[in-house]
Design a protein around this ligand. Structure first.
Ligand code: LLP
Length: 414
């Protein structure tokens, strides 16, 4: 059951593979972050990092929950605008925003542009002059902190493509330029150290470092940030080895650190992506072929795979699954859960304990809500699955399944 709806019924009604989101779980996670901030007595803002899952319906849920969102491309911005998301609550990130993307952001009056590099300061300055506009900006800094996570998910270390380096003085140079530009209002400073992080240590170090940087800037520029944005990256549990931190643990620790180091703590913004939508997502597949090899683990294949979830192949991410129509049956074997894509690396789960399965059973892979649909692709010309939202016993299609016709809709004859 997913929030009062039988997942086997959903598989029958909408077909598989199918992404299903438990909207109540998303709303509850936002509430947990809110109450943690309130308990810690910090001024705050929660900004959903929508790269984790960016479709109109999720922007509408975020609007209902009155949180901010981050976008990282013209495409995400376009989707949020089409969803009717309030533009003043949008932050625009990215390490190589184009002139057109920045112009689109300015014309639509987005809340904040997260400045990432000198090229962008120059582009934005040009656009603001031409359009005679003012806009809030923040500086994304590279704080020189390495998070303990997958290499591809680290962003805070000095050797990174993101943000202004603090150590070498780039950050100060950027601050000077922005403070001199009367069309840019510097709202504050930002850093994001990585994704799928366990433990509070990296975030506590970051809080300490951001206050130290702010104090240093204050001496030099007589500027105190209205906002310190600590990014996202709070890990979730994909399998029994993962030990995530709760919103309370993380926020109480950073609050203590901030208050210890500063009497005038700015508003604290965070940008959770995975932790808001990851645990709320399920992918339903139908079990098809099976291969048994003497003395080796069998392969049980499903009707999706790396096209709807690239994370196992790309980051060696480990998921867990259940057979939705056999929840009450004993687990009698271990099998590799293979996808249908023409790659040996297309294994969704390396070893999964299963009941006795047969063709047509419904496998539900858990915790697939973040970076699943948003990183989905059409490899082998497989159409991307539909997405269904479930809340309090009701289901609603929010993204239609792609058709073969959709697959060729942009192809031109030659
Ligand atoms: N803020 C910034 C500036 C970010 O770059 C990110 C993620 C977030 C917030 C949200 O991080 P989260 O709370 O979701 O961990 N595709 C990878 C994750 C890439 C994350 C990129 N930036 C994966 O599937 O593990």
């Amino acid at each position: 059951m997913i929030d009062g709806v039988d997942s086997v019924d959903l598989a029958k009604k909408y077909g598989t593979p199918l992404y299903v989101f438990d909207v109540t779980a998303i709303r509850n996670q936002i509430k947990k972050f809110r109450s943690a901030f309130e308990q810690a007595d910090l001024k705050y803002q929660i900004s959903y990092a929508s790269k984790a899952f960016a479709v109109k319906a999720i922007y509408q849920v975020m609007k209902q929950e009155d949180v901010h969102i981050d976008v990282v491309s013209g495409g995400e911005l376009y989707t949020a605008l089409a969803a009717g998301f309030p533009t003043d609550k949008i932050s625009f990130h990215g390490n190589n925003k184009s002139f057109e993307e920045l112009e689109m952001a300015v014309k639509n009056h987005v809340g904040v542009i997260m400045l990432d590099n000198f090229h962008e300061i120059e582009l934005l300055s040009r656009i603001l002059k031409t359009d005679d506009q003012k806009i809030d900006v923040m500086l994304r800094l590279t704080p020189g902190i390495s998070a303990h996570t997958h290499k591809y998910d680290q962003t805070g270390q000095t050797d990174s493509k993101f943000g202004f380096d603090v150590e070498s003085g780039q950050a100060k140079e950027a601050m000077k330029l922005v403070l001199e530009d009367e069309r840019m209002n510097l709202l504050g400073i930002h850093a994001h150290i990585g994704s799928q992080i366990f433990g509070t240590q990296g975030f506590v170090m970051l809080a300490q470092k951001m206050i130290a940087i702010a104090k240093d800037f204050q001496k030099e520029f007589d500027y105190w940030p209205q906002v310190i944005n600590l990014g996202g990256g709070f890990g979730i549990s994909y399998n029994e080895d993962d030990d995530p931190i709760t919103a309370n643990e993380f926020i109480s620790k950073i609050a203590a650190e901030l208050k210890k180091n500063c009497d005038n703590v700015p508003e604290i913004w965070i940008e959770p992506g995975r932790s808001l939508v990851g645990p709320a997502g399920y992918t339903l597949y139908t079990i098809g072929s099976r291969k048994d090899i003497p003395d080796l683990t069998p392969y049980v294949a499903v009707d999706g795979g790396m096209g709807d979830n690239i994370r196992p192949a790309l980051y060696q991410a480990k998921y867990e699954a259940v057979v939705a129509n056999k929840m009450d049956q004993p687990l009698v074997e271990t099998a590799h859960i293979a996808g249908k894509y023409c790659e040996s690396g297309d294994i969704l789960i390396d070893k999964q304990a299963l009941p006795k399965t047969k063709v047509g059973d419904i496998l539900a892979v858990l915790d697939t809500g973040a970076y699943g649909y948003s990183m989905a692709m059409n490899y082998n010309r497989n159409p991307r699955p539909a997405v269904v939202f479930v809340e309090n016993g009701q289901d609603k299609l929010v993204v239609k399944r792609e058709t073969y016709q959709d697959l060729i809709s942009l192809d031109c004859d030659y």
